[in-house]
Design a binder for this molecule. Sequence first.
Ligand code: ADP
Ligand code: 5GP
Length: 213
Amino acid sequence: MSSFPIILSAPSGGGKTTIAKTLLSRREDLGYSVSCTTRAPRPTEVPGRDYYFISRAEFLAKREEGAFAESAVVHGNLYGTLRSEVERVLATGKHVVMDIDVQGAVQFMRAFPHSVTIFILPPTAEVLLERLRARQTESPAQLAARLQSALQELQQVAEYEYIVVNDDLERAVSSVESIIDAETVSRERVKNLRHQVGLLIERLEQEIENSTS
Ligand code: ADP
Ligand code: 5GP
């Protein structure tokens, strides 16, 4: 089976980070692509685990040299996916989970068209607002900026193949797992399918020939 990128997008507060972390803690066939960002780390974030926190100048230099598979300005900061991160994980035979915004997802699909795209929806606007406020990671101004981009992100939902409603976390994670499992055995991803079926046919034809001769 061949490994593939899994893009998780959602409006801010939709739960993509929580879902990605839960999946990664549970499944050995997944790895994470650590993105670069120019935003400051949050108190709980670890450089190199959650993000590579780099300066704007470093980011622009990397972009210039073509290091990013995609990059975008999100809530006023630069974010980008390193090609080397994606390739590093895929080379281990694991699927690579990516938590990227909608603009980035569209660009990324051009570089890695065999990706699976999943949009996480909050069950209601009230729940989204409640979760965002309870997270307490943004100032009121940052929160307002996130709500503004949430509106734009929601309008891009049709770009995604799969939609998962994040009401109950366990149910949402299971749905994403089912998508991954189904994609793993989708016909286009099964390696050497012609060869495998060819061998079966050859053997059965032999058997038929033997039984009729
Ligand atoms: P995103 O990465 O999409 O911005 P987060 O994963 O940070 O969103 O989730 C936003 C907040 O909502 C976090 O505090 C998280 O713990 C909480 N949360 C996420 N999913 C659920 C869920 N299914 N039920 C309750 N709380 C949730
Ligand atoms: P946060 O700052 O809350 O971690 O992320 C803010 C937004 O940036 C989220 O929508 C997240 O999906 C997006 N994001 C994180 N990493 C990347 C990336 O590498 N590329 C793009 N385009 N968006 C990203």
